[in-house]
Design a protein around this ligand. Structure first.
Ligand SMILES: C[S@@+](CC[C@H](N)C(=O)[O-])C[C@H]1O[C@@H](n2cnc3c(N)ncnc32)[C@H](O)[C@@H]1O
Length: 211
């Protein structure tokens, strides 16, 4: 009887662990929880030093949502954005971090995306060299470049059809002061990013962002 109860307890624990996997603070060991703890002052999110240190110890983290959650919205837009004469739609992911989003996007997302599929070439950038080196090693078939999204200086004008910003501009607005009247530096940073994105997009291209 005791053995049966122990087996049941172990099974229940396994089920709970499976249910809570991915939720910060649940079903994970202490080191993993610590790794994803928010910083005491979220203004550090705009500094390269914070991200370099974080990516040196964190292998993968997905902010907000993974590709499967938004694929049904993005896939039809990607299909509509493909220009005649191009084999594939050219997508730029800015502030890519260490998320698997670019890879899922490159593969066309999950099985339930619907029936719209279009070939895509995915390029991802981040200003952290640490994360770009690690993503290049993890996904060698994709293109990864160390670059600041406020200039996108390594890309020629009109080189992409679609730009994805998932939780990237958010990092520029963590020290904005009054959100209804952001300070000068935040206005400058966000305007520079939007100018850069506009420059690298083809006329009629599209940026999809989260903030
Ligand atoms: C909140 S994380 C989002 C990461 C990823 N897009 C995701 O959704 O999981 C913000 C990312 O933006 C990057 N970042 C912040 N400022 C940047 C800048 N000026 N240029 C390029 N990348 C930047 C950080 O290194 C970090 O990877």
């Amino acid at each position: 009887m005791e053995r049966e109860e122990a087996a049941l307890a172990a099974e229940t624990q396994q089920e709970q662990d499976a249910e809570t996997a991915g939720e910060p603070g649940k079903g994970k060991n202490e080191d993993e929880v610590k790794e994803h703890e928010p910083p005491a002052d979220n203004r550090v999110y705009k500094t390269r030093e914070y991200w370099e240190a974080r990516f040196a110890r964190e292998e993968a983290y997905e902010w907000l949502a993974d590709y499967g959650v938004v694929a049904h919205l993005l896939e039809p837009v990607l299909a509509a954005g493909k220009k005649e004469g191009n084999d594939a739609i050219r997508v730029l992911v800015v502030g890519c971090g260490n998320s698997g989003f670019s890879d899922s996007l490159a593969q066309g997302g999950s099985e339930d995306d619907g029936d719209v599929q279009v070939a895509r070439q995915v390029t991802s950038i981040d200003f952290s060299e640490t994360v770009i080196l690690s993503m290049r090693a993890r996904y060698p078939d994709l293109t990864w470049e160390t670059m600041d999204m406020r200039s996108l200086s390594g890309f020629a004008d009109a080189s992409f059809d679609f730009v994805v910003d998932k939780a990237a501009m958010d990092a520029l607005v963590t020290d904005e002061g009054d959100p209804w009247n952001p300070n000068e530096e935040t206005r400058k940073d966000t305007a520079a990013m939007m100018d850069a994105v506009t420059r690298v997009l083809v006329p009629g291209g599209m940026e999809d962002g989260t903030p």
